[in-house]
Design a protein around this ligand. Structure first.
Ligand code: NAD
Length: 255
């Protein structure tokens, strides 16, 4: 799928924030929105991800911060507030598994690390950006959940899967609460998408088996996540859709 297929100007002049936009799904989505005319404020990742800056041109800004920390969330929110008069689209994409940890080795520290990044940062960033989302008049929040929120994930991923389960439920709850403010809240729920994520946490054999068990017989790509995000981001395309979770998983039937 071409990187430029969506260039219709739907997002021209829109203020869009994407977290974890330095690589993978976040980078593909942010690039597509920028190609369509959006002003991108990109959270790239932690400080070492600054090299991943790829959003050139007018109206693009980038911040790096560790979203597992309270300081990192504050720093990101402050940066966004100082660059955006309003936030029309907020995509909470930053997240990761932080290793496969079996239950017998579980620690309070791993629990905190995984949930602080994958759940707490989404809650706090949403809360801090609420005035800017309200200022949009028709904002769209897109959370990035996971198929593991529904399936429980594979061995060693219990904290990550549960944190994504939180995101799916939070999406539905927030959609109802924020609807009167003109803010829609939806999520994408990727299946297995071939990014850095799986280079870290899945073996080649596991990925091959997943592709074979997927009805469409392949893994997903970052680009496969772009069109669903653009659809949910646009009031013109999805203005009556909120509280929904779109599975991007080649037919695995779970969201
Ligand atoms: P990725 O590892 O390429 O990207 C993750 C992004 O999160 C990176 O930009 C990274 O810098 C950022 N990040 C990680 N830890 C961070 C921290 N402590 N502070 C700030 N930023 C941090 O993987 P991806 O596949 O592009 O993942 C994007 C999102 O999709 C994540 O939320 C992930 O959980 C979710 N997801 C991915 C898959 C998949 O199969 N790849 C499946 C379901 C859900």
């Amino acid at each position: 799928m071409s990187e430029h297929y969506f260039a219709k100007g739907l997002f021209s002049g829109k203020q869009v924030v994407v977290t974890g936009a330095g690589r993978g799904i976040g980078a593909a989505v942010a690039r597509a929105l920028q190609n369509d005319g959006a002003n991108i404020t990109a959270h790239l990742g932690r400080e070492e991800n600054r090299q991943h800056w790829t959003f050139n041109g007018d109206g693009a800004n980038a911040v790096c911060a560790d979203l597992a920390t309270l300081d990192g969330v504050d720093q990101t929110a402050d940066f966004i507030a100082s660059h955006c008069p309003a936030v029309d689209v907020l995509i909470h994409n930053a997240g990761t598994m932080l290793g496969r940890v079996p239950t017998e080795s579980m620690t309070a520290e791993h629990y905190a690390d995984v949930t602080n990044l994958n759940s707490r940062s989404v809650v706090l960033l949403t809360t801090k950006l609420l005035p800017l989302l309200k200022a949009s008049g028709a904002a769209s929040i897109i959370n990035v959940s996971s198929i593991s929120a529904a399936t429980g994930g594979s061995a060693g991923s219990s904290m990550y899967s549960a944190a994504k389960g939180f995101i799916s439920t939070y999406t539905r709850s927030l959609a109802t609460e924020l609807a009167p403010l003109g803010i829609r809240v939806n999520a994408i729920s990727p299946g297995t998408i071939d990014t850095d994520f799986h280079q870290r946490y899945s073996s080649a054999e596991k990925l091959k088996a997943t592709a074979a068990n997927t009805p469409l017989k392949r893994l997903g790509t970052s680009q496969d996540c772009v069109s669903a995000c653009l659809f949910l981001a646009s009031d013109e395309l999805s203005g009556f859709i909120t509280g929904q979770i779109i599975g991007i998983n080649g037919g695995m039937s779970y969201v």
